[in-house]
Design a protein around this ligand. Structure first.
Ligand code: SAM
Length: 345
């Protein structure tokens, strides 16, 4: 187990790594490195990382969070797990793992297995730095690629990943939503996604109808997962400081969607169109939407033309007023409305 002063995330260690390699931040890659051990511990605890876990990190930077993940996924050292150093991110994580069922079960079974950590970084300048900084951890795999170009089902198969993965990351803010949607929509087995995002984005993911932050992202995230904001993080916890506040959000994957919808793709097209023009009534937003204009293909092979009459009819069938705006509908109501539309063809 590492001592706190040995962690890369300690500001003087981060500065030493940056100076040694003459590293200059690239703003367009969302490079704001975490330099706060307390926040690092909160992420590891919120993600409930323990020995034997398989973790996927998007954007490891110089390896600050990766190192804490590596420490937490190692088998607990004899005699150390009962009295962890509370200030030590890896130690705290190991302690948490004792409390969580997976870690405890592994111990009882005497498996004491080492986990795995996959870290995907786009910036070629960071690869040799990561290799050097994480050289002590044979269970980490550093991948040099754009995360958005990975075919996740093939990646899981090629790496023989046979258990739900815990995604943990301090995300590059310019592609937060595409990354989260790619993870959920890929259908790969995920246990949870615990990520640092802009505070405003975290609020949107958690928002309910009637809240100004409620939108397409809220509905998409809540269809796949249960969100929970684990920490609010001020700009001074990063180097360089971002212009906005951040938050750590944990999205726990649902085993089943919370609503039954016959045509998932159609529902999300409707949701996007509804919030694309959120000031309009649902009837006007959908009938005037470029994505839904003309013939809409359905999952069962049929097709539908979304006329104002058909939309009004489906709203009435769902028990909703024809003048209603999309922002007033819950996920259940979007599902019921989509089912009413799909059954009209
Ligand atoms: N994990 C590190 C930390 O917490 O200090 C760095 C986090 S920094 C906010 C985001 C990282 O994502 C950067 O290292 C950046 O180069 C990387 N990145 C940006 N776009 C990426 C992409 N499309 N695929 C993989 N990594 C990406």
């Amino acid at each position: 187990m590492k001592k706190q002063e040995e962690y890369i995330a300690v500001p003087k260690n981060t500065i030493a790594v940056l100076q040694k390699h003459g590293f200059q931040f690239k703003k367009q890659l969302g490079q704001n490195f975490l330099i706060d051990m307390h926040v690092l511990g909160k992420i590891i605890r919120a993600a409930e990382i323990g020995p034997g876990d398989v973790c996927l990190e998007i954007g490891p930077g110089i390896g600050s969070l990766t190192q804490a993940l590596c420490e937490a996924t190692l088998p607990a050292e004899e005699g150390t797990s009962d009295q962890p150093d509370a200030e030590n991110a890896g130690g705290a994580a190991a302690h948490e793992a004792e409390k969580n069922a997976g870690g405890a079960a592994a111990h009882e079974a005497g498996e004491n297995r080492c986990g795995r950590v996959f870290a995907v970084e786009i910036d070629d300048r960071l690869i040799p730095i990561l290799q050097e900084n994480l050289g002590d951890y044979p269970h980490v795999t550093i991948l040099h690629t754009d995360f958005m170009k990975i075919d996740l089902p093939s990646f899981f198969e090629e790496n023989h990943i046979d258990k739900p993965v815990k995604v943990v990351a301090n995300l590059p803010y310019y592609i937060t939503t595409p990354i989260i949607m790619a993870l959920f929509e890929s259908g790969v087995p995920l246990a949870s996604v615990t990520v640092m995002v802009q505070e405003e984005v975290a609020r949107r993911m958690q928002a309910k109808p009637g809240n100004k932050d409620y939108g397409a992202l809220s509905l998409a995230v809540q269809y796949y997962a249960e969100p929970y904001i684990a920490a609010h993080v001020p700009p001074n916890c990063f180097m360089p400081r971002p212009g906005v506040g951040s938050a750590v959000i944990r999205l726990t994957r649902r085993s089943e969607p919370p609503v039954a919808v016959k045509d998932e793709k159609l529902m999300f097209k409707i949701i996007r169109a509804a919030f694309g023009q959120r000031r309009k009534t649902l009837v006007n937003a959908l009938s005037g939407s470029p994505e839904l204009g003309g013939n809409v293909r359905l999952a069962d092979g049929g097709s539908l033309t979304l006329s104002k009459e058909l939309i009004t009819e489906a709203l009435t069938k769902t028990g909703l007023q024809p003048q209603i705006r999309g922002e007033a509908l819950s996920l259940q109501q979007f599902a019921d409305f989509t089912n009413a539309l799909a059954s009209a063809c």
